[in-house]
Each structure stands twice: as structure tokens, then as C-alpha cells.
Design a protein around this ligand. Sequence first.
Ligand code: MD6
Ligand code: FE
Length: 213
Amino acid sequence: MMQNDLFTAIAPEMEELAPGVFLFQKYIDEELFFNQAMKVAETAPFRHMITPGGKKINVAGTSMGDAGWYSDRRGYRYENNDPLSGNAWPIIPKNISKIISNAADKAGFKDFIADSCFINRYEPGVRLTAHIDQDEQNFTQPIVSVSLGVSAIFQIFGETRGGKALNISLNSGDLLIFGGPARRHYHGVKKLDNFDHPLTGKYRYNFTFRHAL
Ligand code: MD6
Ligand code: FE
């Protein structure tokens, strides 16, 4: 057996955990993405948005790209400019967009181009309740997620919120592709543990790259 075969037998680059759900462990350059999150926050700071029902969202968020996901009393939607500043969102750098398109390609999603990336920031004790991302135009397009910092459990339910979840541990540097039938499945993130990470401190960051428009 060639060394490369042996290596891939032990550590495949990508694993399909459920139809349309592909995990690439330790795939991305953590510093590159962390620096990008810090850079975005300089012009589009992390903020706690409000649901249409008036509840504060405990996960802090911001965006980069041609549009950014937004929520307030008026509803969930994509906004071309950051409502906080009135300015365009920071752009998605070409090198990052290439990494994302490449990974999507490996999972069989040809020509995926992210025009929006929502960046979530979790602090200890914060969780993300089960939801379906449905403000994008085209559900045949996957969402590509990148995790940084403190590890979390990502849960995939199914067409309803209840029932037994598929639990996926997302660690710093992991990339997850969420497409196919899973794109319409409820998912969420369990309460973040109070741990320290050398790069991000108490925080977990998650980037979700979307083809939204
Ligand atoms: C998170 N992720 O990992 C939240 N949604 O913090 C998501 O809600 C998500 O990772 C759609 C597709 C992939 C995701
Ligand atoms: Fe989601």
C-alpha cells in the first residue's frame, strides 16, 4: 500500500455523515479565518439582533459579502448594507471564497459561489435554537460552514424540530457542507462550554457561506 492510501484510509479528507452533509476535519487555516473575523468586526461589529417577535438573539452576528442576513421587528431577510452603519458589508476576500468553492466542489456542489457569509459568535452558555435557513433564493445551493475556537455540538434533527438528533462535534478548523436534503432540515447548536481556546479565548466563531441572492 502506498503511503498516501494508508493516510487516506486513516484520515479521509471528507466524510459524508448524512445525505448532503460532509465534514472536513481540521481543513482550514484558523489564523486566516480568525483574522478575517476581527477585520470584519472593525467595520461591521458583532451585534445581538432582535427576532421579529422581539426577542434578543443570544448569538452575536455580523456579515460579509454582497448581502448580510439580518433580523429585527420587520422580519428575517438579507440586507445589502449594514443597517447599523448604512455602509456596504465588508467583502469576502477572493482567497477565502476560493477555499470555500473548492471544498463545495469536492462534495459534488459544482460552481458554488458564496455571495454572503454570516459570522456567528458564541460565548459560554449560549446556544442556537433549532431552525432552518430559508431566506435564501435557491435551496439547491448548499451552505458551507467553518468553525473556529471553542468546540461545539451541532445537531441535525430533520423535517421537524423534535426527535433524535444527529450530533456532530465541530472543532476549530472544521468545515461542514450542508446541502441536499439536509438543507431543509432543522439544526441547532448546543450550549457552548466554558472553555478556553488559544486563538479565540472563550468564544466560538462560525462562518456560514451562502449563495443567498
Ligand atoms: C453554527 N450553523 O454552527 C450555526 N446553518 O454556529 C448553522 O446554523 C448552519 O452550520 C446552515 C448550514 C450550516 C450551518
Ligand atoms: Fe443554520
